[in-house]
Design a protein around this ligand. Sequence first.
Ligand SMILES: [Zn+2]
Ligand SMILES: [Zn+2]
Length: 339
Amino acid sequence: MQLRFNGTAPAWPHLLGTMHPFYPVDEPAFMGSASYSVLENNNGSGWEILIDAGHNTLPFLLQNRNRIPDVVMLTHAHPDHILGIDWVVQSNRFKHPEKLLPLYCTRLVFDRFMQIYGHCGEYVEFRELFYGQSFSIAETPGVEITAYPVFHGAGGAGAVGFFIRNTDPKQQSVLLTGDLLCPLFRKADYELLQHASALVVDTNNLLPCPASNHISLAATIPGDEEKEPLLQRWFQTVSWKDYLQAHNSGNEGNTSYFDTLQHDFTEPAQLPHTIMELLKWLPIPEVHLVHYFGKYDELYYNRGLLTREELVALANETAGVEKIRTRFRVPVVGGVIKF
Ligand SMILES: [Zn+2]
Ligand SMILES: [Zn+2]
């Protein structure tokens, strides 16, 4: 099984009028929003699960296998993760008029999807995700998926990450965070998730900017002088209510999930809000950094934008200081993780 990177960019890899050193402007693949395909095998045949489709995902899919995914899953309903879904749905509608396209997402994400793409509603089969409940998929045997809630701000209602497990006991699993400020894993979830062989994580920011609703690489970076404690100030203004209302769909199963979460952690400040902190909970050996933006680091910390090599070097150096033994990578578009 493989997880393929269909794109790794944030919503706006380059803002018009500027250039970002991380994303070569003459290579369209680098403009592709963070999107993934889980592929059954290495030889190009077999089933395919598409996870998110934003800017430039569809041109990538046309150039790579050019087939309709068997199943689509959404982490959340921000434009850079759903812009391409209409194109996928319409492709399936014309090619398989008798078959609805299975669409896995939370109720809140589906509600938002329907506000934007109401005309797609009659061509998809909505399959609701429930937090922490593993499931298999008839169309894609051999893989087991679990959706976990993440906090990605009020605008990221119903946002999830996915734990993707190859059911062959000799094989491995991948944890994909999606966009997040912090994961909402319960304590027991960490025991399962730490066995993931690879982590794919949102790296929008190097340093904390919680108002961006994205996690950062670390709380401090080697060589930087002490900066404004934005995270500490944030924790003084937020409560569980803020974090959980982004997930309040009235669903009973999800309610008991959050009861356990609040039993395990008395306040949101106890949850990991940086990648380094997350890796202390989950010592996963291989970490793939995606969705790097860096503009908030420029705005709030006066730190320049990084190239791909600089981001990997900085992540390794920071982890070294924090005694975290993990290998960091910046994935290539079209590259794969085998598991
Ligand atoms: Zn995004
Ligand atoms: Zn987002």
